[in-house]
Write a protein that binds this ligand. Structure first.
Ligand code: AVI
Length: 289
């Protein structure tokens, strides 16, 4: 619901915010450990890197550079945004010339199901802590799809955000410039445009909460006053009480045991975990079990 063209652009702005640590921390972890990751991974065969939600491939080039230095590498970025993918292609051609690129405009699961059989080694990338936006059963289902696209010797690099002090977490999802608020409220703008909704966006307020039991940041939109909103395409009128919230997003924060609980039922095993210096995020090297 968040990632139309405007939502994707606002998310790019979020990743530049001083308080939003996950992107910078993951970049740091990749820069510091790319060679160790590639050493742990490599078996001498050509590598095909398939990245789900590749965006503009800003972080991917760090790994592609390390892989390409050791042997033939192809890159298959998957994303729903053709604009992001054409920027990804340009970036890879510019920064890691020699890597062949085959972009796929698609959601994650159909792209995984449609990948052609492969001879070399396949490396799946799912970075940016995006798994955290899936509740555990959905995360396990997605990981199973990834497992089905892997054979013995293949690998997955999975980025996860980690549990940490609550003020740091809350600040990352409620920035003083109001960028995250705009990102959250854009869900209503999108419903208005695409479903004939009649939300008055100014009558909802962005809220970020920490849910300890579920180990997640929750984003909500709180109704300012009692109001009724019609959504034409659904032939629906919603009534919101003053202070009632629409729960729009979860962002789960993991510890290692939690990651392993997702991997095991998907038939995957964690081989190693790499961190930024501050241990804010992790990138896990995962193999078929
Ligand atoms: C894309 N995803 C990993 C982001 C996150 O941190 O959960 C989405 C986001 N929502 C608010 N800020 C960023």
């Amino acid at each position: 619901v968040f990632y139309d063209a405007r939502g994707s652009a606002i998310y790019e702005e979020i990743t530049d915010l001083a308080v939003y640590y996950p992107t910078r921390a993951e970049t740091e972890a990749l820069l510091q450990h790319a060679d160790a990751m590639v050493d742990a991974l490599g078996d001498g065969r050509p590598v095909s890197v398939v990245e789900l939600g590749a965006g503009t491939a800003l972080k991917s080039v760090i790994l592609l550079r390390a892989l390409h230095a050791r042997g033939a590498t192809t890159f298959v970025p998957v994303d729903v945004s053709p604009t992001a993918l054409s920027l990804a292609c340009e970036r890879v051609a510019r920064e890691v010339p020699g890597v062949q690129v085959h972009a796929i405009v698609s959601a994650h699961e159909p792209a995984l199901a449609a990948l052609p059989p492969h001879d070399g080694q396949r490396l799946l990338l799912f970075l940016g802590s995006s798994i955290g936006n899936y509740e555990d059963p959905a995360a396990i289902a997605l990981l199973r799809h990834m497992r089905h696209a892997m054979r013995a010797g293949d690998a997955l690099l999975l980025g996860t955000d980690l549990r940490k002090d609550i003020p740091t977490l809350l600040a990352a999802y409620d920035d003083p410039q109001g960028v995250t608020a705009r990102f959250n409220l854009n869900a209503l703008v999108r419903i208005n445009r695409e479903l004939g909704g009649h939300f008055e966006v100014g009558r909802f307020r962005h809220q970020a909460l920490w849910n300890e039991e579920a180990s997640r940041i929750e984003m909500h939109l709180m109704s300012l006053g009692r109001q009724q909103v019609r959504i034409d395409a659904l032939d629906l009128v919603c009534t919101f009480e003053d202070g009632e919230t629409i729960h729009t997003e979860n962002s789960i924060k993991y510890d290692t045991a939690h990651v392993d609980r997702l991997l095991e039922p998907a038939g995957l095993v964690r081989q190693a975990s790499f961190h930024d210096a501050g241990h804010r995020v992790a990138v896990h090297l995962i193999r078929p079990g």
